[in-house]
Design a protein around this ligand. Structure first.
Ligand code: 4G0
Length: 222
């Protein structure tokens, strides 16, 4: 998969992309991630990318031209262009599975009070990572890159994402490692029993109980 990220702050991505699973996925060519500075596409002599909104109101608005030209510079016939905004479709694990089937994503990160409305006609999807406002779309873009990359074939063990929370609309079961007794808190006996059928049943019970308690909305969907 190819992912192009259009942003005014490409340096914000450096740390995330250089570490751990995302670094390994790039090194093994499971994903190719390219950062583009929207400012490089400004035609203004001072590289301006924003201006006051018509009609008044607080804050600056991103002009359509630099974003349009940046998108068109990256776009191919197979590209899916995604805008990260608080007004987008609320992002869920099911969207990560869908995006992981694409061959080319273009992620557009906005800033300030938002984009000129006409940008919306050049994009395929608008996604929000949750009901809160951030200073820019960079963190939401990182959330998409991370959640999609880990689902690409060969990036992590296939069976680990079949077990993910949300895969089956249930939260994860509790897991334990050594020691068997930590400050008097013991690992549940069933996990030490070697009885695989009992372990499977116990885990499902735990998942259902925890989901009922914390996320009854997920059980509803199920
Ligand atoms: C566009 C996404 C971009 C419009 C982006 C803000 C939160 C999210 C931005 C705005 C973002 C999210 C109208 C404030 C940049 N904040 N929840 N900030 N407005 O996914």
């Amino acid at each position: 998969m190819k992912i192009d990220i259009l942003t005014l702050f490409p340096d914000m991505f450096e740390g995330i992309l250089k570490e751990s699973i995302l670094a390994r996925a790039q090194a093994s060519s499971k994903v190719e991630i390219q950062l583009h500075n929207i400012r490089d596409f400004s035609l203004d002599p001072h590289k301006k990318v924003d201006d006051y909104g018509f009609g008044g109101g607080a804050g600056m608005v991103l002009m359509p031209q630099p974003i349009y030209d940046a998108i068109e510079a990256c776009r191919t016939e197979h590209s899916k262009v995604i805008l990260l905004t608080p007004q987008g479709v609320p992002y869920q694990q099911k969207h990560a599975y869908e995006l992981a089937k694409e061959s080319h994503l273009i992620l557009v990160c906005g800033h300030y009070e938002g984009f000129d409305e006409r940008i919306r006609s050049f994009v395929d999807e608008e996604i929000s990572i949750g009901d809160y406002v951030l200073t820019g779309g960079e963190i939401p873009a990182m959330v998409l890159v991370d959640s999609v990359t880990r689902l690409l074939s060969g990036v992590i063990e296939e069976e680990s994402h079949v077990q993910d929370s949300f895969h089956d609309h249930l939260l994860d079961y509790p897991v334990y490692t050594k020691p068997v007794d930590f400050h008097g808190m013991k690992v549940p006996e069933v996990l030490l029993s070697g009885h695989h059928e009992n372990i499977r049943k116990w885990r499902l019970e735990q998942q259902i109980a925890k989901t009922k308690e914390r996320r009854p909305d997920l059980l509803e969907e199920r």
